[in-house]
Design a protein around this ligand. Structure first.
Ligand code: PAF
Length: 282
């Protein structure tokens, strides 16, 4: 496994090594878990070469404290990637990604970055688009892999690719869960024992919503969710929305769309967790 930290070295390496080969790219912020590994495995199986980047992108953190405490375990990440069979790992510094005077292009994502995460984490998606487009420009992969846990991010990346990177195919990858249902996330490492015990209730409540979707109205289910979290001493609801999965327009009734996406953000102590579930109408 080749580990490269400089942009120029990576560009030279790729111009030779990936010539006439398909390249699959998995961008990450490290603290890798089985969810990331499933993306890397998919990239390996679908391409001649695989590349994973590890870069904790400061521009997507709207809260400095959140950035400070983001888990960092590069050695363990590299061991895991080596075992998986990843070909190249890109571990740039901040100045490699954002050299002095660097200015990225700005994008119009319509409604996609105005709701949910966009509303509660101002500037977050600008930062995500900035780093992903910088990485796409450097790496120029044929395919790039993103997890469905960050459902809204995936919608934004699809729009980014559609606007400026038409040759890159965006591959969505399903959420991986712990045995108790908690969606795998690097942030799970930061949960206290009490909050780790409470965290699976997020998915349990999403499952309840899915079960009830054909008998209860959207507003009844939103009220139910609000009430459940109000009574929960360990989990604080930030938002719960049911929307159309393509444009993320809020759904008002089930007949609005054939499929809806229910997205949730919750604080477990100081750790912010997000999750989602598709609701198919029948
Ligand atoms: O999903 C993530 O880990 C990050 O948002 C990404 C896509 C690697 C950009 O920093």
């Amino acid at each position: 496994m080749k580990i490269i930290s400089s942009v120029s070295e990576l560009e030279i390496f790729l111009s030779k090594a990936s010539k006439d080969k398909s390249l699959g790219f998995v961008p990450t912020m490290g603290a890798l878990h089985q969810g990331h590994i499933s993306l890397v495995e998919k990239a390996i199986s679908q391409n001649d070469m695989s590349l994973c980047s590890i870069f904790v992108n400061p521009t997507q953190f709207n809260d400095a404290k959140d950035l400070e405490k983001y888990p960092n375990q590069l050695d363990a990440d590299l061991t895991l990637l080596e075992k998986t069979g990843c070909d190249v790992v890109f571990t740039p510094s901040k100045t490699e990604i954002y050299p002095e005077g660097f200015a990225g292009k700005s994008y119009d994502f319509g409604n996609l970055d105005k709701v949910m995460e966009g509303e509660t984490r101002p500037g977050h998606f600008e930062g995500v688009a900035l780093v992903v487009s910088r990485l796409f420009d450097i790496i120029r992969p044929q395919k790039a892999y993103f997890g469905e846990k960050d459902f809204q991010q995936l919608a934004i990346i699809r729009s980014l690719a559609n606007q400026n990177y038409k040759s890159i195919e965006i591959i969505p990858c399903p959420i991986l869960r712990e045995v108790d249902g908690l969606a795998m996330s690097s942030r799970n490492l930061l949960l206290s024992e009490k909050h780790r015990t409470a965290a699976p209730r997020v998915y349990q409540r999403l499952l309840h919503v899915k079960k009830q979707a054909n008998t209860k109205s959207i507003s009844e289910l939103k009220q139910w969710i609000a009430q459940e979290f109000k009574q929960d001493p360990d989990l604080k609801l930030e938002y719960f929305e049911i929307s159309d999965p393509n444009r993320l327009q809020k759904s008002t009734q089930w007949s609005d769309y054939e499929v809806h996406i229910a997205c949730i953000a919750v604080f477990a102590g100081s750790v912010r967790l997000i999750d989602n579930i598709l609701l198919e109408m029948n």
